[in-house]
Design a protein. Structure first.
Length: 159
């Protein structure tokens, strides 16, 4: 159960107690709510996003940015309705891209988050995920920065 039930399935950031899209913790919680909506299903949006990025990486994509996801989804033949779910704004992509690297460190070779307010806010991404999405999810990297370092060091866990 999410730590904030109001946010559980609310995917459109709105003002909540005076806090809007710019609150870093709210943005991370919103990303987790996006994932939690159908997490655990083989066809979940999260796993489609992971597979889409892995496929793009495997096909030689050198950089995956938020704006590339829709194009990549269409290129690999995803249904237009499915493709549209990857046309989210940067408020969602910023935390999801960090989770992507924690979940699949090898993607740090093609996903390059820029340090932003999410990182400066001191948010424990892993804890928020475990509180909101699934307590038993294993992240090979505790942070996105750890994933980047593992790739630079050619750590086998990032392979």
């Amino acid at each position: 159960m999410p730590s904030h039930p109001i946010l559980m399935y609310n995917e459109q950031p709105t003002l909540y107690d005076g806090i809007g899209k710019t609150d870093p913790m709210l943005r991370v919680q919103m990303a987790c709510a996006w994932v939690a909506r159908d997490y655990g299903k083989v066809t979940s949006r999260w796993m489609r996003l992971v597979r889409l990025c892995e496929r793009a990486y495997g096909n030689g994509e050198v950089c995956i940015r938020r704006g590339d996801l829709y194009r990549i989804a269409q290129e690999v033949g995803l249904d237009i309705t499915v493709s549209r779910e990857f046309r989210f704004d940067n408020n969602l992509w910023a935390p999801l891209s960090r989770y992507m690297l924690m979940f699949r460190p090898k993607l740090a070779r093609v996903i390059f988050p820029k340090t932003c307010d999410l990182d400066r806010a001191g948010i424990d991404f892993e804890r928020v995920w475990h509180d909101t999405v699934h307590a038993q999810t294993f992240f090979p990297a505790s942070t996105w920065q750890e994933a980047v370092e593992a790739c630079k060091a050619q750590d086998v866990s990032a392979a």
